[in-house]
Design a protein around this ligand. Structure first.
Ligand code: HEM
Length: 450
């Protein structure tokens, strides 16, 4: 009688501070030593099944997603500051909200947001022109972060945000986001941070943002409708009750869009520009494509389709430097993926960076090769070995928004400006916070192109 296939035994690793100091390096080393799947149990934390295996990623995010919820790191620890918006919500409440908000990101809506995005980009280019004239260097990450933060603010609130308001909001959200990672990555710091009043301080900052948004909602109600994401959230009604969202829920959703929608794109844009500056041959191809695309008409919502090579460059940058470098799920019940038994309560550590560099699916994974991202090449690969925006029902709701803003931004900026990396800026490493940052400030010289 044929024997059922043996279930691979997974190695159990314990007590590893290396994962705190350098998580990406550590998890990649473990994948090399132990394979695509292994069990990890650090100190007293829950047992974690780490994976860089596209079959397991697909199984957890898609095939049997009902058995897997986000862990309390995402739902409780982030929600403590940013509330229960789409990213931090779970279960039935998440599904109801997702159905309600999804139409806000449909093609037609995005098309209407293109003009607002371009307005912000033009202002950023004007500021860059002044820097170029003065010979001032720019901090690459600050530059991309400011641009995408202004874009998301404009997409949600078409009006009412002064320069000062935007700066203040950006700085506050950054402070809270920068803080959240510490108790997540080093759980035993949570107690001391609380005693030192740090948790209270950052909850307080998040509450200031909530109050600000509440004032703006009240103002919108008084002044009448506009064509932006806030209006969509105000106008939408629950199917079963016909009721609108409560203000509390609405504020949670707005904060989550701010938080989820700027760090990710900002990091991705910074990495993409940095990669292009280190590969002048690819940059030349991008510029040639932008010129040809412009000659055929404006680079707008439809026009970005004429930028297939730039799209591949962004895709490749998202592969090498996935802003969401890891995510997780917890098994609600015992499960069998077909290759592994998963015990109820196991945390599934979906290590996206490792998946995107898995040598079984990527040749020379540490080389920048936009050519590997043609639609045909993508189709020939396992569908879950490239998941920068996640997968399954919880796929990033802002993925098309992000691609659109990145294409518009890069085409404007690369067409109009030359950049040069300051000495030493070619040796940048990872700084994995909630999203994947550069480990140092990258200063860039700017010149206007003739
Ligand atoms: C390069 C840019 C971006 C990347 C790489 C990215 C990545 C991701 C990933 C991986 C997830 C899924 C997390 C998981 O399943 O555990 C996600 C979810 C989400 N993203 Fe993005 N994101 C980007 C931009 C944006 C933008 C621009 C917005 C908003 C305008 C946004 C809003 C969200 C929201 C609300 C969720 C939660 C969706 C849900 O669970 O229903 N993201 N993102």
């Amino acid at each position: 009688m044929p024997q059922p296939p043996a279930i691979p035994r997974l190695k159990v690793l314990t007590g590893i501070p290396k994962t705190i100091r350098n998580p990406i390096g550590a998890f990649n080393d473990y994948a090399e030593d132990y394979g695509e799947n292994y069990l990890l149990s650090v100190g007293g934390t829950r047992r974690t099944h780490m994976t860089t295996d596209p079959d397991v990623v697909q199984y957890v995010l898609q095939k049997n997603h009902r058995n897997y919820e986000k862990s309390e790191i995402q739902t409780d620890q982030v929600a403590r500051y940013f509330g229960q918006g789409l990213l931090t919500n779970s279960g039935k409440s998440w599904l109801t909200q997702r159905r309600l908000i999804q139409p806000g990101f449909h093609r037609k809506r995005l098309e209407r947001l293109t003009e607002a995005m371009q307005e912000v980009i033009d202002l950023q280019c004007a500021a860059l022109r002044e820097k170029a004239a003065a010979g001032t260097k720019i901090n690459l990450h600050h530059f991309t972060r400011d641009a995408v933060f202004r874009i998301i603010v404009k997409a949600i609130f078409t009006d009412g945000f002064t320069e000062e308001d935007t700066e203040r909001l950006n700085a506050t959200i950054d402070k809270v986001q920068g803080y959240i990672i510490y108790p997540v990555r080093i759980p035993f710091l949570r107690g001391p941070l609380r005693w030192l009043g740090q948790e209270k301080k950052h909850v307080g900052l998040a509450n200031d943002v909530r109050q600000d948004i509440q004032r703006r909602i009240d103002q919108r109600r008084a002044e009448g409708p506009k064509d932006d994401l806030l209006q969509m959230l105000l106008d939408t009604r629950y199917e079963d009750t016909g009721e609108p969202m409560t203000d509390e829920q609405l504020i949670d959703e707005v904060i989550i869009l701010f938080a989820a929608g700027h760090e990710t794109s900002a990091n991705s844009l910074a990495w993409t520009i940095w990669l292009l500056l280190r590969h002048p041959d690819k940059l030349a191809l991008v510029r040639k494509e932008i010129e040809a695309a412009e000659a055929a008409g404006p680079i707008d919502f439809e026009g970005v389709r004429r930028l297939p090579y730039l799209t591949q460059v962004i895709d490749e940058s998202l592969r090498m430097y996935p802003p969401a470098w890891i995510t997780d799920r917890v098994a609600l019940n015992d499960d069998d993926t077909g290759a592994f038994n998963i015990q109820k309560g196991t945390v599934m550590g979906l290590f996206i960076h490792g998946l995107h560099h898995n040598p079984a699916h990527w040749d020379a994974p540490y080389e920048f090769r936009p050519e590997r991202m043609t639609p045909a090449a993508k189709k020939a690969r396992h569908p879950s070995c490239y998941v920068p925006f996640g997968g399954g029902p919880r796929l990033c709701i802002g993925n098309h928004f992000a691609m659109l803003e990145m294409l518009l931004f890069l085409s404007s900026v690369l067409k109009n400006f030359d950049f040069s990396l300051s000495p030493g800026a070619d040796k940048v490493g990872y700084k994995p916070l909630i999203t994947l940052h550069m480990d140092r400030e990258v200063l860039v010289g700017v010149g206007e192109r003739g």
